[in-house]
Design a protein around this ligand. Structure first.
Ligand SMILES: [Ca+2]
Length: 474
């Protein structure tokens, strides 16, 4: 595979290939990277076992790469999550803990981002669509926040978003766009941001196929509004869509700060059961539409003959509730919000075609891709390379995954997930703790923090959270 024992510049790497020191003669050049983000995508994908959602292109990528079943974002909100994974720093270090201030260069003016590292080492660094934070739908097409030092080429394709025409629904008329649940069926794919992003990506790939590239490609679906062609809605008859089960007393043992962080996201956002089904259909249709556009780009790699020297990393920027605990969207610290899909396909990896249950974090993307391409890891990185897992998906690289959330200066929450437990600690608004045992309660229904007989586990999880990420690597 592409992993190299030593850290080399692109020029050194090419020279070493020429004299055969790496034993990697089938690849005459350093690998390309296709870095693909889908906005607000949880694991509603065929390859993650979803019973309805059709995602043949992402499924195909998973079959060619390694699927990660326990990948955790560091902050379940677009701006902070992306700032963290793109700088390789945790939110406490990046300083980005809100979408209202997403410029990490305020605190770290000279930090080298992931795409910038590739740019500095001779790769053609290109961006199409939402890679750094971009408000959806209002910011689609905007160049704001996309960090010019990171890119040789930087493009924000426009999209019709709320101007899209077709039958739809809006069960939250009092919420602003982007927060409200909203769905629109269009006649075709023209004018949509993800169509335009895929079109632009094809043009860039055709122009760049003969030079090493890092292409960041950001799809905005399935983020609301759920705009997708009717043909994708037709994949999901309402009668086939089940609502998620929640025990009647599920919310009784959840601390107040969790529910008060963004209160309007609980109690199904006031949606009737019919509207919940319609919302699920819109989300599923948006996932399949995004998958279709992504498939066009993957097909182009094959057509251009560069698929076997292109590493593909695909992820959702954080998780998303679809009614679990009566919650919709993001900004909880429960499993649905902090866990997201991650697939890494590095041609030649011995683990390709397998899944890994190892705990991994989004802050690990940066050192992983840098190591796979033989680049020296900057000293500021706080993650761990996942390259060993690509060759042996049954191994582990860390014992715990950390996430955090906050709302203004009012409520702060931190969580740590180990192989067996999730522990959450809340500050502000009365505080509180949550402890869930995934060996018996994978849906996190029963908060053990206040139940007798758990003091030893609670004490150990408190210590792991207080100690923080340092010292939890295997
Ligand atoms: Ca509960």
């Amino acid at each position: 595979m592409f992993v190299m024992a030593t850290q080399l510049s692109r020029r050194e790497f090419a020279a070493s290939l020429a004299i055969g020191t790496l034993g990697c003669e089938r690849s005459a050049r350093p690998p390309n990277v296709l870095f693909v983000a889908s906005d607000d995508l949880t694991s509603t994908l065929g390859c993650y076992g979803h019973p309805l959602v059709q995602s043949p292109n992402i499924d195909g990528l998973a079959a060619r790469g390694v699927r990660f079943d326990n990948a955790y974002c560091q902050f379940p909100f677009c701006g902070p999550s992306r700032a963290s994974l793109l700088t390789g720093m945790r939110p406490d270090t990046s300083g980005v803990v809100t979408n209202a201030m997403v410029d990490f260069r305020q605190r770290h003016p000279d930090v080298v981002t992931l795409p910038q590292l590739f740019k500095n080492n001779g790769w053609n660094s290109m961006r199409v669509g939402k890679i750094f934070h971009m408000g959806v739908p209002g910011g689609v097409g905007s160049m704001a926040h996309q960090d010019p030092p990171s890119w040789d080429v930087s493009i924000s394709p426009p999209g019709d978003e709320n101007e899209s025409v077709g039958p739809g629904g809006d069960p939250n008329p009092n919420l602003r766009h982007g927060l409200k649940m909203q769905w629109v069926q269009t006649a075709d794919a023209s004018g949509q941001a993800d169509t335009n992003a895929a079109d632009t990506a094809l043009e860039l790939l055709q122009a760049s196929a003969n030079e090493p590239f890092f292409l960041g490609l950001g799809f905005v679906r399935p983020h609301t509004p759920f705009v997708a062609p009717s043909s994708f809605y037709d994949l999901y008859p309402l009668r086939d869509i089940d609502l998620v089960f929640n025990p009647a007393d599920d919310l009784d043992d959840i601390p107040a700060p969790a529910k008060n962080l963004r209160p309007f996201l609980w109690e199904h956002m006031g949606m009737s059961e019919e509207n919940q089904r319609l919302a699920l259909r819109g989300y599923y249709a948006s996932v399949s539409f995004m998958d279709h556009q992504f498939g066009r780009v993957l097909d182009e790699l094959e057509r251009l003959g560069i698929a076997d020297r292109t590493i593909v990393l695909f992820f959702g920027d954080h998780g998303w509730h679809l009614g679990e605990h009566t919650h919709w969207q993001k900004m909880s610290l429960m499993e649905e919000s902090v866990k997201a899909p991650l697939i890494i396909s590095a041609p030649g990896s011995r683990g390709n075609g397998q899944a890994s249950s190892a705990l991994v974090e989004f802050v690990d993307f940066y050192p992983t891709l840098a190591q796979l391409c033989g680049l020296e890891l900057p000293g500021h990185l706080e993650g761990t390379s996942l390259a060993p897992l690509l060759d042996d998906p049954s191994s582990t690289v860390k014992a715990a995954a950390f996430s955090q959330v906050q709302w203004e200066d009012r409520i702060f929450g931190r969580t740590v997930r180990t192989a067996r437990y999730r522990y959450i600690h809340w500050e502000g608004d009365g505080g509180g703790e949550e402890l869930y045992d995934h060996s018996s309660d994978p849906r996190e229904f029963t908060n053990l923090a206040n139940l007798p007989g758990n003091s030893e586990t609670l004490g150990e999880m408190r210590r792991i959270l207080e100690r923080g990420p340092t010292g939890t690597e295997c």
